[in-house]
Design a binder for this molecule. Sequence first.
Ligand SMILES: Cc1ncc(COP(=O)(O)O)c(C=O)c1O
Length: 473
Amino acid sequence: MPDPIHDRDHLSELVTHVAEAARHYLARVDQLPAGGTAGRDQAAGHFAGELPEDGDGSVATMTRLLTHGVQAAVNSAGPRFFHFVTGGSTPAALAADWLTSTLDNNAALWVSSPLGSKLEQVAIGWLKDLFRLPRSWGGVLTTGATMSNFTALAAARQWWGEEQGSNVAERGMSGLPAVPVMASGFIHASAEKALSMLGIGHEAVQLFTSDSTGAIDLAALEGALVGLKGAPAIVIATAGEVNAGGFDPIAAMADLAHRHHAWLHVDGAFGLFARISPVTADLADGVELADSVIADGHKWLNVPYDCGFAFCRDARLLNAVFGMNAPYFPATEADHPDFLYLAPEMSRRARSLAVWATLAAYGRNGYRAMIERHGGLAKRLADQIRASSDFELLAEPRLNVVCFRYRPAGTPESELDQINRRLGQAIIADGTVYFGTTVYGGKVAFRPAIANWRTEERDVDIILDVARGLAER
Ligand SMILES: Cc1ncc(COP(=O)(O)O)c(C=O)c1O
């Protein structure tokens, strides 16, 4: 196939072929092992080789992807993939995402995609309503929580510079003092990575913890803020700690931040969704008092990778950092938003189609029902752990993460970490259900997270049986 132009006639056949394969896959995904087929690693090996001088053409190439590729994939679209915090794709989001690729619009500017820009404006407004954030805040879609942390903390850095009388976007950080950044032990590694990317440095973060789980020591945080004597600082709170789903006391941290001249940023990658349900909303109380907050789309909103959101009380600061000018860019017109001026990227996927479509399809009540169902499933698993004699619950689930370990009777504490690590490897190799280990409160632990719209009781009910069976073997 010398030139893609000659492939035009195959396009219809190709799209039909892929749609049929997708239909077949999605009809089976509830039953498939979450970790993929036994030969997944060998299947991935089929793709090695040199860059072809002459390609095989799209039909033959897609046939390879649909056979070896699907065999090498994990079934994270299915209901038993509990690793990390992995959402699926709702039917509406998946369909809209296919259309996104079909239209292939660049959501940088209104002129490059009126559809993408309008839907991003509407979707950001709807997300603010969903998360009960003030309508006046700015917001933008990103590739995920890491880039959202980067985006929001860039606004925080800009504010911090302005408080020192300097415009960091214009002049950089040279000549400025180190930025004081404070957090509890719940801070996610991605917020630290964002600080690395921003030239603040992740070693700038001072942690104030009151116990081995990382929970905050508010008095120590206040002491450190007082010690700055009014110099500006950044405080990072976490809504939904990744190991056990813990929440920092956001309202109290907002109060401290505002009394002591600090910016409060909230990382709510999945925890921000607690605000959708009255059952869990109080966990993330006070987010509306923060200066910036972020969440992920590809986690609990269940839109395809990759998607996140960053919200900032003062949209001007986002524009100060991410605004750019070129003679070939048109001037922004009223009600014709140009999101590239608020976002790290210039050319951007039109992620707004999937976000808008899933919110339009299921609405606030649909998301509330799903969040509450997942919370109920997490409690159900916790009850099963409590009722068992060989598993130990390490933290009461607050939302959708269940932190526990295997603890067969009579096993000395000194052996438990090693046993749980090996069991974690066996769970990944087996793949029936899929989740890994972490270290929580100094103990090696499991932390399955329930975030897929497909997950039901039957999916959660096999977790302990699978783990026990593998442990006994
Ligand atoms: C609290 C928190 N923040 C940030 C992230 C990073 O998210 P992403 O992988 O979408 O960048 C995660 C991922 O699990 C998270 O739990």
